[in-house]
Write a protein that binds this ligand. Structure first.
Ligand code: AMP
Length: 313
C-alpha cells in the first residue's frame, strides 16, 4: 500500500495496465492504461477518487507519480511480485471495430483485494472492468454504499458469466457498450436488451431504480430506468486518435459528477451523462491516457455547453 488512508467518497476497483495500442494513424507500446486508471483520471476532475487495484514490480515510478498528481488516492493500490496486467488492442480503419491482440492477467491472477478502514466507508462505489469475482469481493467489503456501478466486457461475459450475473444483481447502475449488451442478452435490439438487463438488476434493496447506460461509441449513449429513456449523442470530433478507455472515462466522469453533486434524480443523471461523454470525447483525442492528463475545467465546461446546444431544439 502506497499512501496514508483517507476517507473517499468514490472508490473504484478495476485494472491498472500497460496497454499496447495500434490504430491506423499511430501506435503506442506499454502505455499507462487499465479500466481503473481511465476511470480515476476522469473522476479526478470532480472529486478525489480512491483506486483499488494491483500492479507488478515493473510498474514505473513516473506512472505512479502521474496518477498521484492527478488527485487520485493510491492507498489501495497494491504492488505485488510479478508483472503488471498487460493488454494489447488494434483498431480497424473506422476506429469502431477493435481486435484484442493479447490479455496477460499477470498479477491479477492472484489478486485478492482487501479494503482499508476508510475505503469501507465509501459512499459511491464503481466496480470497473475486472474479474466479476473480484468485483463482488470488493462490493461485500463496502459497508453501506449509496450507489454501486458496474462495468464489464466480452472477456468476462464469455469466461465468468455466472459470477457476472451475480455482480450485476448487486449493482444500481450498469454501464456497458452495445455489443456487450447484445452478447449478454442474445438480443439484437437495444431496447429489448435493456429490458432484460433491467429485469436482472431488480433484486435486492436499492437507493436508486435500476439504471442502465448502453454506450454506443461515437453515436453516444442510451440511458434507461424502468419507464424512462434518455439519448445523448457523442460529442462530434473531427480527429479521433484512439478510443481506448473511452468507456471507462465515461464512467469516471459520470460517477465523479454524481459523487460531487450527490443528487441521484433522473435529471441529474442526465447531467452526469453529459459530464461523462465530455470527458470521453477528450480521451479519444490522443493515444492512451495522454489527453486526460491535460484538460482544464474551462475546457470541460465549454464542451458540456456545446453538447447541450447540440441537442437543444
Ligand atoms: P475500453 O476501451 O473501455 O474497453 O477499455 C480499455 C481498457 O480496458 C484498457 O486500458 C485495458 O487495459 C483494459 N482491459 C482490457 N481487457 C481487460 C480485462 N479483461 N480486464 C480488465 N481490464 C481490461
Amino acid at each position: 500500500m502506497l499512501k496514508q488512508e483517507s476517507n473517499p467518497q468514490l472508490l473504484v476497483v478495476g485494472s491498472v495496465a500497460y496497454d499496447s495500442i495500434k490504430t491506423p494513424f499511430g501506435e503506442i507500446g506499454r502505455a499507462l492504461g487499465g479500466s481503473a486508471s481511465y476511470f480515476s483520471l476522469a473522476a479526478g476532475y470532480f472529486t478525489q477518487p480512491a483506486l483499488v487495484a494491483v500492479v507488478g514490480e515493473d510498474f514505473l515510478p513516473q506512472d505512479l507519480a502521474m496518477l498521484k498528481k492527478k488527485n487520485i488516492d493510491l492507498s489501495g493500490l497494491a504492488v505485488m511480485p510479478g508483472k503488471t496486467f498487460a493488454w494489447g488492442g488494434e483498431y480497424g480503419f473506422d476506429m469502431n471495430s477493435r481486435t484484442t491482440l493479447f490479455t496477460e492477467l499477470n498479477v491479477f491472477e492472484n489478486f485478492s483485494p482487501a479494503l482499508n478502514g476508510a475505503h469501507k466507508n465509501a459512499e459511491f462505489l464503481f466496480l470497473g472492468n475486472i474479474h466479476p469475482a473480484l468485483q463482488i469481493q470488493v462490493l461485500k467489503q463496502v459497508k453501506n454504499p449509496k450507489l454501486v456501478g458496474l462495468d464489464t466486457m466480452n472477456f468476462w461475459i464469455e469466461s465468468a458469466k455466472d459470477e457476472l450475473a451475480q455482480a450485476m444483481q448487486m449493482a444500481d447502475v450498469i454501464i456497458i457498450n452495445d455489443s456487450e449488451a447484445r452478447e449478454l442478452t442474445k438480443q439484437h435490439n437495444p431496447l429489448k436488451a435493456a429490458r432484460q438487463i433491467l429485469n436482472l438488476m431488480q433484486g435486492g434493496e436499492k437507493n436508486l431504480p435500476a439504471t442502465l447506460v448502453i454506450k454506443r461509441g461515437e453515436y453516444g449513449l442510451l440511458m434507461f430506468q424502468e419507464k424512462k429513456i434518455f439519448h445523448l449523442p457523442g460529442y462530434p470530433l473531427e480527429d479521433v486518435a484512439d478510443p481506448t478507455g473511452a468507456g471507462d472515462t465515461f464512467a469516471g466522469g459520470f460517477f465523479g459528477y454524481l459523487a460531487k453533486t450527490k443528487d441521484l434524480s433522473w435529471e441529474n443523471l442526465k447531467l452526469a451523462c453529459a459530464a461523462g461523454s465530455t470527458l470521453a470525447s477528450f480521451c479519444c483525442e490522443d493515444l492512451g491516457t495522454a489527453k486526460l492528463m491535460n484538460i482544464s475545467e474551462a475546457d470541460i465546461d465549454q464542451r458540456i455547453f456545446e453538447l447541450k446546444h447540440l441537442v437543444n431544439f
